[in-house]
Design a protein. Sequence first.
Length: 118
Amino acid sequence: VQLQASGGGLVQAGGSLRLSCAASGRTFSSYTMGWFRQAPGKEREFVARLSWSGISKYYNDTVKGRFTISRDNAKKTMYLQMNSLKPEDTAVYYCAAQLLGDSTYGYWGQGTLVTVSS
């Protein structure tokens, strides 16, 4: 599967953005999907994960209650709605796919930059 992330940009603190991750190739619904981010000078960290069905969702505690992960299997697209953004959310955001049965995310998008100004 090939992944293309988009939707990043510059936003003021307290604002909102919606990221999208468009997939092509193999059956999108066969993948657990996730969002990760990497801030300047920091390690990449997990943000949110969504099961193939869209029912099971997991969030990093730092974004819980502010971010919402979702997917549209018919459109082969995953989303990350980000509300109440904070300067510490500034990072390059990556989408990733984990094929059912695999133990790791084997497919990654190119990343989209989110900058939150104070």
